[in-house]
Write a protein of this length. Structure first.
Length: 168
């Protein structure tokens, strides 16, 4: 079985994923890092090849990881929105939606200029709000578990997920 973390950009999927891997002694993969290591910066991929190409790279990575065992997989914010990806990940994993308030997410992403879906819009708050409204119902629908992260430390969230995964 794998633990799969999904949710909006800035929710803490990478930080929590690393901590879960430390607690479980499982291997951690961040799909965005795998893509960056193999293909270059995500912002460049979006700019030169477009979002559709980037999404196909995400699916390629999911196909590689989904059938392996004892992995902690931190997904990019949009990866789980593609039904093929969520179906592949559910075959051998439990999906945890890390949920945070708009205010928490805005505070975290506002300082990060590298996020392609927010880059150069000049309207970070408005764009984030649109993405959150569109994506949240999908995250909730595909998730096996929903974990609220507001007011919790990385360790609190990781411990909660490990506990829930152990009860499966």
């Amino acid at each position: 079985m794998n633990i799969v973390l999904c949710g909006m950009m800035g929710v803490g999927k990478s930080s929590v994923g690393i901590r879960i891997a430390e607690l479980t002694k499982w291997r951690w993969y961040d799909t965005d890092i795998v893509i960056t290591d193999r293909f270059g910066r995500i912002s460049d991929l979006f700019e030169y090849y477009g979002e559709a190409h980037f999404r196909s790279l995400e699916t390629e990575i999911v196909r590689e990881l989904a059938d392996r065992d004892e992995l902690v997989i931190s997904t990019g914010g949009g990866l789980i929105l593609k039904p093929e990806n969520s179906e592949l990940l559910k075959r051998n994993g439990k999906i945890f939606f890390l949920r945070a308030s708009f205010e928490t997410l805005l505070t975290r992403v506002r300082a990060d200029e590298t996020r392609p879906l927010l880059k150069d819009t000049g309207k970070t708050a408005e764009r984030l709000e649109e993405l959150l409204a569109w994506r949240t119902p999908i995250y909730e629908a595909v998730a096996d578990f929903i974990v609220d992260t507001d007011g919790k430390t990385v360790d609190d969230v990781a411990q909660e997920i490990v506990s829930k995964a152990a009860s499966v």
